[in-house]
Design a protein around this ligand. Sequence first.
Ligand code: GRF
Length: 202
Amino acid sequence: MNVGVLASGEGSNLQAILDRVHGRAGVAVVAAGSDKPGARALERAEAAGIPVRAFPVAEHADRRARDLAMGDWLAAAGVELVVLAGYMQLVDPAFLARFPQRVVNVHPALLPAFPGIGSVEQAVAYGVKVFGVTVHFVDEGVDSGPIIAQRALDLPDATDADAVRAALRPIEHDLLCDVVRLVARGAVTFDPANPRHVAVQR
Ligand code: GRF
């Protein structure tokens, strides 16, 4: 399965996929894109010999045009699964239509709690005792698509968002790599009776 990864920042999730999944279990990362030309994520992909390209919105008529160009590029690379790994933009519905039920995202909260940006800060401010990570299919909403996998982390005394983020990061890496492997072996399917229910054969 050919995977395309989109990332806006540091790219530690991308690195985990490159280190643990790329070139194994029938998975090849064939493209890495970003909305940010200088993203560290692109450097990491380049260092691994993966074709990279930045798609800053300023170089396109608007976001939709940018997303269409990005979709063209990923499709030309033969991408079958798009992984949003710290990609901090919404993707256009036309992009999603190009990769139907084949765009996944990792989010540092137990959805549907705390969608969107600043989720760890919001969870700390709220005073939650259980944090966590969600990997889900991407739909047209904000972190609202069907859930594929979640993992919780008890942090009853959390007061510092940076510390929580650091504690969640290895869980993100594990869960996201797991999901990519599972999708690659056809183990992730939708229940036709309820498209919100994702079945995972482990
Ligand atoms: C992760 O926390 C991810 O869940 C969020 O953005 C962060 C990206 O981290 N959406 P990295 O760039 O993969 O290191």
